[in-house]
Ligand binder design. Sequence first.
Ligand SMILES: [Zn+2]
Length: 709
Amino acid sequence: MFEVLQNEIGFDHLDLSESERLLDVALDDLRNNTLQIPPYLNPVEWIEENIKIPQGDTFRPGNLKLLGFQRPVALDMMDADVDQITVLKGVQVGWSTFMKGILFYGLKYLGVKIALAQPTKGDAEGYFKDQIKPHFDDILKEIIRTPKKGDIHDTWDEWRFLNRAALYFRGAASDDAFRRISVQWMMGDELDADGWKSTERSQGDKVAMFMARGSAFSNAKMFLGSTPVNRETSLIYREWLESDQRRFFVSCPHCGERQVLKWGSDKTPYGFRWKTNEHDHVIDCWYVCEGEGCRIDEYHKQDMVEAGEFVPTAIPTRPGHRGYHWPRWYSPAPKACWVDIAQQWLGIKGDTEKLKEFINNCMAEPWDDLGGETLDPESIRSLQTKYRAEVPDDVVALTAGVDTQSNKEGLKDGGISDQLASREITIVGWSRNKIPRVIAHHVVEGEPGDASADAELDAIRTKIYRKADGTEMKILATAIDMGGHYGDQTKAYAKARATSRVWAVKGRNNALGTRSALVFPKKPSRSRKTGTSWYMIDTQLAKDFVGRCLTIRGPGASSFPHTLPETYFDDLTAEKLMVDKKGRRYWKRKGKNTGEAWDCLVYAYAALCGLQASSSVYRDLNLAAEKLGIGDALPPHDPETGELLDDAPATSLSTASNIKRTKGIQKQNEPLRHGAEKVQAEVPKVAPKPVAKRKKQGGRVVSSTARRW
Ligand SMILES: [Zn+2]
């Protein structure tokens, strides 16, 4: 009897599912018929039901339908875990309509207070007039106030609504832009426009000041978007790097491989490929799948994007900050079709400005002068030329950089290091535009401080170098690396030759990825004991400059004498600019090259910086060139003979990698990976995923795709 009772205390054996169902039905009935509470609409549902696109306004009039890469961002506005959304966007991705949809959802449906900031006050007023004001007659009509006598009157930049919502327009450029207001939602547009940059008078970072406007609300959200511009100064990219960096994954309609569509290059097995006709017009463009090399066509795009999903690719610096990447090729806008994108790419033809525009507007990535790419020895070797004389005609000043090696074999034994120690020196001429013209590179065997080795270095350093017209030139400044075991000897060598601007230098230990304001410090470091001094230089900053010089082709390119050995160029390209996940940029040795040639060129540049800081004549190389009557470019000459040419063809200023990338190598002849040609002709093996359809559930409309996020 007792045992039976115990068993009956548990309810496991009871089937309550029927009662549960009845309760649901009863609640639905109560809500829908008796109380008539309108169903809760999430941002996607509300926007799609309420925002209508007028005829002629877009390629798709009618009810606004959010896209596969827009829906998750909209849903984040109601996610309690999210406090910041950062969108790195291309153009033609439906941004302004999307932002408007979010804004109206907040104002009308939720009744929240919102501040919308554009770069300038003028931009904000224009945005109000063009984008918001017309909706006072439709979407916002029911919540518009008619202030009576004594009520606060609205102005174009401050609106109060009947449902307690408020809308403030601000121009980030104004110094007091964000003072005084307290809002739940801070929406910032075109963050990479100048208006958002901090100035001396703005007393701080504008993005941070904007975010502070929400501090009174526990559920405040900041929503930022922009097409990125320059990596080094981009605010949207800075914010993106702090976020969880979500990228949009789609499934290949053929093999099902989940992947982020990337532009790709001739070196990547995946990416966009195209076919052109005889006029260089793109007539077909497709994507080569990263999984099986399948051919993915434009007509697969819509289904792929509808079923796509965002996946975080980084740990955000604080939880709640989500970042989204919207490149143009996911967009269904007619101008975002792949054929047009490929045509735009072909139109770059080595033009740096056009390439930058493509990277910003289409790839939705910031422009990087160095592109994070490896300096290519083959390509730099092509800059070798026969000068008319030892020193090319456009050189304004000569400097030298010296690298010191304790020994080359990694041996530190005192007995034999005498023979193994060496110094390498590169003599560099600088044009009025600071274009480096390498004159010579020498190796001086022997320990620093050794009389004969020092004498040999002196001979190279004090030699008179000549131009074709007979002009004599001296090395005006020399920077010698004091790293390794010969710091004292190097300092002593420099001290004895200080009047000839011979400086001992040492790389400063900056935090990873940071740079100083100057390569060459204003003041030397001193040793009280020996009375010697040296200079702590920012080698990272110097390397940025030298690296950028080496990527330039055309009239702005660096040049190298034909006398340099092959190995010089391998050595010159010993380092690569790395960019880590946090966006920190630093130079790193790659492979086994010892990199003396690279270091010497970097020190020669540091010497130029020191020269410019210490000599009023050379502070401005342009002015110095004017005074000395030196031309502004290397006159065209035959690279084989060094003879002057009358009409050398003009080449455009562009970087090596850019030219390589725009040669059209992604064109028709690019072999596809296995199976690709076959797939092209056949019906896709795997049916594309069906477009997500809306379905009724429990009395309210739920978008099946929306629910997945
Ligand atoms: Zn595939």
